[in-house]
Design a protein around this ligand. Sequence first.
Ligand code: DGL
Length: 271
Amino acid sequence: MKQKFPELDTTLPIGVFDSGVGGLTVARAIRDQLPNEAIIYLGDTARNPYGTKPIKEVREYSLEMLDRLVAEGVKMLVIACNTASTAVLRDAYERYDVPVVEVIRPTVRSAIALTRNGNIGLIGTQATVKSRVYDDFCAVHGGVDLISQAAPRFVELVEAGTTAGPEVEDVAKRYLEPLIAADIDTLILGCTHYPFLQGAIRHTVGPNVALVTSDTETANEVYRVLRKLDLLNPQDHPPQIRFEATGRDTGSFKALAQTMLGLQIDSVTRI
Ligand code: DGL
């Protein structure tokens, strides 16, 4: 990462991108920690889900979305999607003249700091799990075992607005039982959609497994990077989030985002 971005205007928004509504968990965490920052949230709802697609395709879509945010004028890019981060991890740093924060590094760092018995569980999309990107980060640290499980049904449930109840718990049980049997003491929720399912996930794993979510960890990283680069917005103004989506049905995106963020959203622009 370049160390200085003197040309960047600190009052510009942060661009946050995901395949759909999952990145809202990250946007919400950023808003909680940095209420003075404006945000543009972009969901590629027309092509969601990413997690079942080949990495090459996800890479193409992700760069297109990130290019778009840069063209709109942002001071930072946040890739609020594990699958997209997996696909563009290297390219994004080289390609853009704004700082880039992705979700994987901060999340894995926190899981490694938390585990006591060295058995870390990972749930994520098929693309993220298959890429073994989390395995690579864990291998660098040594002394930890990563037990992975792809959990594609979770994204479908969240995109449909179903985040609690027996159906979610049944699915959670199916995905998480093998990880519990492997004696994990830490579980990475390696998809930004999953924090919306945290109640059912916690209910399934019980109180003794530490949950690491990419929303909080990524927001912590956004804070750290903006602070380090002297890019925090000094102005004191009410939080402002601009919503954009690629899908035709901006109405359902708006309704879902409103429920999930607990915020009144004036409009969602289709791009
Ligand atoms: N929210 C995305 C992630 O963190 C994935 C959702 C999808 O499959 O599109 O991986």
